[in-house]
Design a protein around this ligand. Structure first.
Ligand code: GLN
Length: 526
């Protein structure tokens, strides 16, 4: 799947929607994202660059589109599902250093393109999947994406047309002055693809207004695509409507026909439709504050926002998420800023900017009995707050922010202390956690052993465990291997849960995350 005309057309959502339809027809499908930037992975990127960094169970730091893939398909992804130009070059250069190219000049073609093709095939090695949907990041015509397009051209030649279908997503803008939808940008972007050697098989046209038959026919004619292989993708109110729209457009059937695969029974999508019905007909409405420091770009908290959608639907509740900048919260204005909220989520984050606002927020939630979910840094802030204001450890802090604190209640693990490299060196991926039966977390999960995904360097400092416990902040989730505290709760509170891991990554349409589900329940009850 390639994209043309502009970025942000929703290629990730389209890929996820198509894959979901194919999966519903009984095919095993996975989606892969190839990102044309030089970073080896997005782990070192500021969220303002490309939004949130999504973490897979196997500990890969990946593009946020993988989150969509998991949320739509309900199947875990892995490192193989996200490859960047940086990773491709790293592999090729390492091979060159080892002498693997036997004296050859190492070039973009064939060495880089071969590595791209190898990565595409790798994701389904052992014939794990019937269909691999590979999304090429960026826009056709970008310098960075050229090697990828060339790799696709070669792959199509190698596999044969019946085994490889190119879907191109473009934009058909609407000119309100003349009331017309214009197809020229699409024609140009298909020309661009043709110049790079690829004739797309299927076109998907993003548009604000539904397109006439004539327009689709015109696009088909000028872009040399079958008339029934042009689908439109009209703006919808939630991304979760897109699969149904694509079903109407028969996109799944078109792709299967081109692959020579049967497309017999139309999938009923019962669960999916029920999810949408509940989402669109809520019985309750709550307002939750999401306190973070990257709030100018909502994509920074993509998985959290989506987890609210899934768990909101399950609770038949419209969750209005208000993004609140943690830098703007002070002792003086906290009441004014947070008083209308039914629940508070303090978001993950790194570094010192905005952390005092998060600590003040945690205190406000604790003292006013407002349902609180603290994720990663959000848990750490709750711990710092409790130490300062309940345990009277006045300058308690995380050593991430204050190395000289007298009470390092959040601190680096011993094995982290010698690490200098920033890329891929955090505690990453799925870890086991055992739950105390007498806890809100156990009530939510309904089992004593869970696996959740992590992405952090700092930890609850064991040295203070007894003090916290004796004063009402209870460690209710413990990692059985390392004994690290993974969940804390307040004994005397309606619903106050801090988790060192990231529950948001694990929430899907079919399986909304239990902590979010129960957090929302607590907010509704409030
Ligand atoms: N900065 C904190 C740490 O590294 C929290 C990270 C996060 O919220 N993901 O431990």
């Amino acid at each position: 799947m390639t994209g043309g005309v502009t970025s942000s057309l929703g290629k990730g959502t389209l890929a996820a929607s198509l894959a979901m339809l194919l999966q519903a027809r009984g095919y095993s499908v996975t989606i892969q994202k190839l990102d044309p930037y030089i970073n080896v992975d997005p782990g070192t990127l500021n969220p303002y660059e490309h939004g949130e960094c999504f973490v897979t169970l196997d500990g890969a730091e990946t593009d946020l589109d993988l989150g969509h893939y998991e949320r739509f398909l309900n199947v875990p992804t892995s490192q193989a599902n996200n490859v960047t130009t940086g990773r491709i070059y790293q592999t090729v250069i390492e091979k060159e250093r080892k002498g693997d190219y036997l004296g050859k000049t190492v070039q973009v073609i064939p060495h880089i393109t071969d590595e791209i093709k190898r990565r595409i095939k790798l994701v389904s090695s052992g014939n794990k999947f019937d269909i691999v949907l590979t999304e090429i990041g960026g826009t056709v015509g970008d310098i960075e994406s050229l090697p990828y397009i060339e790799a696709v051209r070669q792959l199509k030649w190698e596999l044969g047309a019946q085994n490889c279908v190119v879907i191109h997503l473009t934009l058909v803008p609407f000119l309100s002055a003349t009331g017309e939808s214009k197809t020229k940008p699409t024609q140009h972007s298909v020309k661009e693809l043709l110049e790079e050697g690829i004739q797309p098989d299927v076109l998907v046209l993003r548009t604000e207004h539904s397109l006439s038959k004539e327009i689709k026919r015109k696009v088909a004619l000028f872009c040399n695509v079958e008339e029934n292989a042009v689908a439109e993708s009209v703006d919808v109110s939630t991304i979760y409507e897109v699969p149904l729209k694509m079903l109407d457009e028969k996109l799944d059937q078109t792709v299967l026909r081109k692959l020579g695969l049967p497309a017999e029974n139309e999938p009923p999508l019962i669960e999916w439709r029920e999810f949408l019905r509940r989402l669109n007909n809520p019985k309750y409405k709550i307002k939750v504050g999401l306190v973070g420091k990257y709030v100018e770009l909502p994509d920074s908290y993509k998985s959290i926002s989506e987890a609210f959608v899934h768990s909101g639907s399950l609770n038949e509740c419209d969750v209005d998420v208000e993004f609140i900048h943690s830098e703007e919260i002070t002792e003086d204005n906290v009441n004014e800023k947070l008083k209308d909220l039914d629940g508070i989520l303090v978001a993950p984050g790194f570094g010192s900017r905005g952390i005092e606002g998060k600590i003040i927020t945690a205190r406000f939630a604790r003292e006013n009995n407002i349902p609180y979910l603290g994720i990663c840094l959000g848990m750490q802030c709750a711990v710092i707050e409790f130490a300062r204001n309940v345990l009277k450890m006045e300058d308690a802090h995380s050593t991430e922010v204050d190395l000289n604190t007298s009470y390092p209640v959040i601190d680096l693990m011993e094995e982290q202390k010698s690490i200098i490299d920033k890329g891929g060196t955090m505690r990453l991926g799925g870890f086991r956690c055992l739950l105390d039966k007498n806890s809100k977390a156990f009530k939510a999960y309904g089992k004593t052993e869970i696996i959740e995904r992590h992405r952090h360097r700092y930890e609850f400092n064991d040295r203070y465990l007894e003090k916290f416990k004796n004063n009402g902040m209870i460690p209710v989730g413990i990692n059985p291997e390392s004994n690290l505290v993974e969940i804390v709760e307040l004994a005397d509170h309606k619903w106050f849960v801090g988790v060192q891991f990231h529950p948001e990554y694990g929430s899907t349409v079919v399986n909304p995350h239990p902590l979010f589900v129960h957090f929302i329940k607590a907010c509704i009850e409030k």
